[in-house]
Design a protein around this ligand. Sequence first.
Ligand code: AMP
Ligand code: MG
Length: 402
Amino acid sequence: MISVAEAEEIVLSRVRSYGIEEVTLSAAIGRVLMEDIRADRPLPPYDRVTMDGIAILYSSFDAGQRVYEIADIQAAGMPQKSLNDSSQCMEVMTGAILPADADTVIRYEDLTIHEGKVKINIETVKYKQNVHRLGSDRVLGEILVPSARIISGAEANICATVGKATVKVAKLPQVMVISTGDELVPIVEQPLPHQVRRSNVYALQTALQQSGINCDTAHLNDDIEELHGALSEYCASYDVLILSGGVSMGKYDYIPEILQQLGVEQLFHKVRQRPGKPFWFGEKSDGPVVFALPGNPVSSFACLHRYVYPWLFRSIGMSRTELFAELGAPISFTKDLTYFAQVRLSWDRGRLIATPVEGNGSGDLANLSDADAFLEIPRGRDLYDPGEIFRIYPYRPLTLIS
Ligand code: AMP
Ligand code: MG
């Protein structure tokens, strides 16, 4: 049986790329930008007034003038006017273009205005103050956002200001999430005593959606014909298949065999880990990458975060840093397996603390809601002490952890 590190290496060796597509800016949030965004004008594009007040020619103030007649008003959105007489001033508003022949802005707070005349009440005025100079942020043609950046509100602002109504982003793969098992009924049905509702697909679909990846979903019974027919179809029409269930040692666990009959090469089956030991991974050369996860809800959830996510994110050009947390209480685990402990996370002045919330094993899906992440406890020891640092795989944004 291979180790978690070996499994990860094999999974990541099958990273793919799905090309580029152009989408509207509002649809691009969270996607990976696949072009450089350049300044189509200098930034700012004109000498921009940054305070409501008056614009003057600095040399007049420097020569001792303190009282000015108001020549005109330059509001935001008005074409540029000119301060023809340097003994006068122009009222100006934030966002307006600085009037020609003026160079310095004094805010209303530092003025007294009476019967069309303005008195400046301060003695310290700096040349060109309160003016955001043309091109002082970025020059024409400069790269404002380089390719490969993930688009957040900051990038949307920049794309919008340079008039990019559509942007090129990394294309997402077509993902199909499939639950399997005769005991599983649709969630709107009342299960019989020997049945449970199909919850895994919702767990996997929701987690994927949280990361900006849409998927289709399906359910298949433990029936060779049905599995063969449907999986053959899905192999032809999806880039990624994520299955749950049917990969263990049970009499009706047909998935590995059927996938191989359909030409999906098995790259590994079973990983030295808990939960999720029966995890199967394969790839069809002219078809999808296939993650066949064990059906137990905690197992499939852990495998999604530990293996499927890193593969998916790399395949869409996202590089994500590894996350670590500090163990907050001792853990004893004596099996020779990597242990994905369920942990509650908390922040302690910049330190991320992971406190174990054990639950009743891989079937205890209710426990997942009491935790925030899986903490990867390596093999080789029986006891792990508070203060030790391990990798974490959170399933909630770290900003939402209290
Ligand atoms: P399997 O991996 O098919 O042997 O399933 C292991 C356990 O997980 C069984 O108790 C299944 O009933 C349960 N299980 C499998 N798939 C799902 C699912 N989609 N939703 C809820 N439980 C599931
Ligand atoms: Mg099953």
